[in-house]
Design a protein around this ligand. Structure first.
Ligand code: FIX
Ligand code: ZN
Length: 398
């Protein structure tokens, strides 16, 4: 292919190759109370709430959170989209959603809400949004200790949602939980309970988020080493480590109160990968500085797969920086992104914005190869994009 064919083909294939989204907080409609979509949920996204609290007229958090979801949504709309210009990643993301769905973003809250409602009423709304976002399937974040969520678990495979067992709540848990009316006292029977969960919903992986202080002396390490890694080994199930978050930096902000205070010590990950060669680690860090060390470490351990550009890092400037660095050090051997979507329609902007940056990064790289007389074919480009969007994850965990 010549240069313009290469440029066209990359853009076309990136926009048409479906994505397997390996980490989200989304749920299907069969999880009532957990499946979030529509305007009021979009505008109550904790990223927007944190930005609202920075406006000079913002209500006190306890007053704001005491309002109805609709009242909070109207305030967010007026403060961040009408009174102010939507300049941030999270506000521009909402505009992207409106434009993709053909919703007028210049109107009042009431008018906007009306046009959104007509859309969300369609029976195939979830399929419609997945298609608009170019996403084939997402992985949920399932909490095996959340009784309310458990009541929606079912072992019928859903063609759009896979399970992942999130273990954060096990670290501090020592209560009792019934699972299908079989009471298991945690922690003595944690392993047995987790194995029952695996057999019931076939999760793609275990997951846990960890602070930057995570090390071998922490209770998180003890739980992972004693309970989780043995199950990972004999059940062949990977574990996703999301490292570097400090929960509730500002508790008054609720979900918007988490932050990143400093980089983590990557040596504990080195220790984990070396000590557990049979365990597969999917890892992402929250500190920008840790990205470089994670990428270099992935060159040392085949059981370590870097993934995603997490949370506050998920802004165009850093998506570009991190993706370029990973490609230079790992070729196509990494999982470039996850959406972390909490509300269904966010799949549209989280992936839309990533796809456009990824197109630039990949095009630059292929044109460089073209100049070096490396033959570029459409099949080869498709193979590479498939690996970034689907098969690196499937092959790594299989
Ligand atoms: O730990 C996590 O899964 C984080 O992604 C969430 O806690 C966080 O609220 C989020 O959604 C960030 O994008
Ligand atoms: Zn998340």
């Amino acid at each position: 292919m010549n240069k313009s064919e290469i440029i066209e083909t990359i853009a076309e294939l990136i926009n048409t190759t479906p994505i397997y989204d390996i980490h989200t907080h989304l749920f299907p409609k069969s999880f009532p109370g957990f499946a979030l979509y529509g305007l009021d949920n979009l505008l109550n996204y904790h990223y927007l709430i944190a930005e609202y609290f920075r406006t000079f007229e913002a209500l006190e958090p306890e007053v704001f959170f005491g309002l109805s979801k609709e009242a909070r949504s109207e305030i967010i709309w007026n403060e961040l989209f009408v009174m102010k210009t939507p300049l941030s990643e999270a506000t521009i993301g909402v505009i992207d959603i409106f434009n993709t769905l053909g919703i007028d973003s210049t109107g009042s809250y009431e008018k906007t809400k009306e046009s959104f409602k007509n859309l969300t009423n369609r029976d195939d709304y979830f399929e419609f949004i997945f298609k608009k976002a170019g996403v084939s399937k997402v992985v949920m974040t399932n909490d095996p200790l959340n009784e309310e969520e458990l009541s929606s678990w079912n072992n019928q495979s859903n063609q759009m949602f896979d399970y992942a067992l999130r273990l954060d709540s096990f670290v501090n848990f020592n209560g009792r939980i019934s699972f299908q009316d079989r009471p298991y006292h945690i922690p003595q029977q944690t392993s047995e309970y987790l194995i029952k969960c695996i057999e019931y919903v076939q999760p793609r992986y275990f997951a846990i988020s960890l602070s930057h202080e995570f090390n071998v002396a922490t209770k998180e390490y003890e739980f992972l080493d004693e309970v989780v890694f043995p199950i990972c080994k004999n059940k062949q199930i990977p574990i996703s480590l999301m490292i570097g978050v400090t929960r509730q930096v500002n508790p008054a902000y609720e979900l918007a109160g988490d932050g990143v205070l400093e980089k983590a010590d990557v040596s504990v990950l080195t220790h984990l990968c070396a000590r557990n060669p049979d365990v597969k680690f999917l890892v992402t860090y929250l500190s920008r500085e840790n990205q470089y060390e994670l990428t270099v470490l992935a060159r040392k351990f085949p059981n370590l797969m870097p993934f995603g550009i997490w949370w506050f890092l998920n802004i165009p400037e850093l998506i570009n920086e991190i993706t370029e660095m990973r490609m230079s050090l790992l070729g196509n051997g990494f999982i470039p992104q996850h959406s972390d979507a909490r509300i269904l329609e966010q799949l549209i902007y989280k992936w839309g914005r990533f796809r456009s940056i990824f197109t630039d990064v990949l095009t630059k790289r292929y044109l460089e190869l073209y100049d070096k007389n490396v033959p570029i074919t459409k099949d080869r480009i498709q193979l590479d994009i498939n690996s970034f969007f689907q098969t690196n994850f499937q092959n790594f965990i299989s």
